[in-house]
Write a protein that binds this ligand. Structure first.
Ligand SMILES: [Zn+2]
Length: 340
């Protein structure tokens, strides 16, 4: 079990300080950051997972978990959004990469920008403030809504989710064949196009931690696939990338799977006491690839820890709606970032 100590950080609010099993040790009225003496093991870590009655919910809005010296995973509260998406913060020497911004715009519902600032405050080794680069696993609303908290802030660049923006700002031209690697300052990350769940889905590989971030394209839950052939090709491309790189964990952006029944919780549930841990393994990804290669036509594929399901026509329509409303809010920023 993690033992925590608290350190005073004036600007941090309680809502940003959840550390799972250790939350009870944090006083609700304390203005403090929790620092784990040991880091969370994502293959086992039990996240806050909603409450039977949301009226009685006492969980923080965001659960911020430090996983190694400079990497953090954040989960939204299921009683704020049943999607409870995960958000990743990878801190380099010069800038921090924020992957996804969650399902809520309002800082009252999801104080993500404040949480990222407080992380950077604990990480600051020099007097130069770090730049923040915000990217998205894909453009569905539950992963981009918090963008509004970041836009216009000093030292922040928010990357758009359209193909044009990904080419211009990340260097992902010749979609989906070209990868792009950027430098965060003694920490490199590579972006890998993986259309299928959505046309502009990307995976992110962190060369330092070995994490492969797969968004909604691969996670312990009901994975909805819009473009079957594109998805097959993407998973194959991901596996071939992983064969050439050390992958420690495969991390998606939701947990929906019941670890006892190995069925997915029903959509909209706000309480998942038996949910699986977040991390999947490279072997899981390889299993999926093998089955996909044997499955020429869209069909449901069931595995112990995840299920792949082709979208119906109605679901595809809904997916388009979710993406377009999110994209309308985005403005492509003029200057491309430095590709390493
Ligand atoms: Zn999602």
């Amino acid at each position: 079990m993690m033992i925590i100590r608290t350190i005073a950080i004036a600007s941090l609010v309680y809502a940003c300080t959840g550390f799972g099993i250790s939350q009870a040790q944090i006083q609700a009225d304390s203005i403090a950051a929790a620092v784990p003496s040991t880091y969370a093991d994502l293959t086992q870590f039990k996240w806050m997972h909603g409450t039977e009655s949301c009226k009685q919910d006492k969980d923080p809005k965001l659960q911020v978990v430090q996983v190694n010296a400079n990497s953090y995973v954040i989960r939204q509260n299921k009683c704020v959004t049943f999607e409870a998406p995960f958000i990743f913060v990878l801190v380099g020497q010069k800038r921090a990469l924020v992957v996804d911004t969650g399902a809520n715009e309002s800082p009252d519902e999801s104080p993500l920008y404040a949480a990222v600032l407080s992380i950077l405050e604990t990480q600051q080794q020099s007097t130069d403030p770090k730049q923040i680069l915000v990217v998205h696993s894909h453009s569905h609303g539950d992963h981009v809504k918090g963008d509004s908290q970041f836009r216009g802030m000093r030292g922040v660049e928010v990357v758009g989710t359209s193909q044009e923006a990904l080419a211009e700002q990340l260097g992902l031209s010749n979609w989906p064949n070209k990868l792009a690697t950027i430098e965060l300052g003694e920490r490199q990350v590579t972006f890998i196009p993986i259309p299928g769940h959505q046309e502009q889905s990307i995976a992110i590989y962190d060369h330092q931690s070995g994490w492969l971030l797969t968004g909604d394209s691969f996670y312990p839950g009901l994975i909805m696939v819009k473009g079957w052939q594109a998805y097959k090709a993407s998973i194959e491309r991901l596996v071939s990338f992983a064969n050439d790189h050390a992958v420690s964990l495969v991390l998606g952006t939701h947990i929906e799977m019941n670890g006892e029944t190995h069925e997915s919780y029903s959509i909209g549930t706000t309480y998942q006491p038996k949910e699986l841990p977040l991390a999947l393994s490279l072997d899981d990804l390889k299993d999926l690839n093998r089955r996909l290669q044997q499955t020429p036509k869209p069909q449901k594929l069931e595995f112990e820890d995840f299920i792949v399901l082709p979208m119906s026509r109605f679901q595809k329509m809904l997916s388009n709606l979710l993406s377009s409303s999110a994209e309308q809010k985005q403005k492509i920023q003029a200057h491309p970032i430095n590709n390493g």
